[in-house]
Design a protein around this ligand. Structure first.
Ligand code: HEC
Length: 179
């Protein structure tokens, strides 16, 4: 081997070595991990989703509680004509497409004798509070997914308050108004 050939060989070896060092550096740089200053993801405390869900339940629904005291049951009776195809409101009234609604305020949901309810209403449970009636009448299928009540809802809060005030009166002993 001539001196020049040996030089070439050494040069080739050095080049290979240099390239390997460079690759090693790059790999090192890529896999390099130091603890981040803060988490790249956000941990939500477990009580937050529940609050968010509660706020999501009836987005933007106006409460009727402040409206009830001044709501007009007579206007409510007129507005309730929209319900009359399916409901009676008098004592001992018949079940039609929907159940009789005598004394419905404060009554356990889905418990009128002789009416065959959807599973949705029976699963929901609890009594018909003013808030629940408000949410149900605003958006029946939104409040009670799977309900048999085919009614699009009453969008105006004052109209809902009037209908609920009328339903409240249709009872032997009307429920107290909210404070
Ligand atoms: C197209 C028929 C129809 C119309 C219109 C209708 N409803 Fe209903 N309603 C039903 C049916 C059916 C049910 C039973 C729902 C179920 O089982 O999911 C029901 C259930 C109810 C309940 C719950 C009764 C219970 O025993 O728990 C209330 C309260 C109610 N309706 C009020 C109203 C009011 C107030 C109106 C008018 C603003 C109205 N509904 C309009 C058919 C109707």
């Amino acid at each position: 081997m001539s001196g020049a050939e040996i030089n070439k060989l050494i040069l080739a070896c050095l080049t290979v070595l240099l390239v390997m060092l460079l690759i090693g550096n790059v790999v090192n740089e890529l896999s390099h991990s130091e603890p981040l200053e803060r988490n790249a993801y956000v941990v939500i405390p477990s009580d937050e989703p529940a609050a968010a869900a509660a706020a999501e339940a009836e987005p933007g629904l106006e409460s009727i509680l402040p409206l009830l005291a001044s709501a007009d049951p007579d206007a409510g009776q007129k507005a309730a004509k929209r319900c009359a195809a399916c409901h009676t409101f008098n004592d001992g009234g018949a079940n039609k497409l929907g159940p009789n609604l005598w004394a419905i305020v404060g009554k356990e949901k889905g418990t009128v004798d002789g009416f065959s309810y959807s599973d949705a209403i029976e699963d929901k449970g609890g009594v018909w509070s003013y808030d629940d009636l408000n949410a149900f009448l605003a958006d029946p299928k939104g409040f009670l997914k799977g309900t048999k009540m085919n009614f699009s809802g009453i969008s105006d809060a004052e109209d809902r308050a009037a209908v609920i005030a009328y339903m409240r009166q249709q009872a032997d002993s009307p429920q107290p108004l909210p404070e």
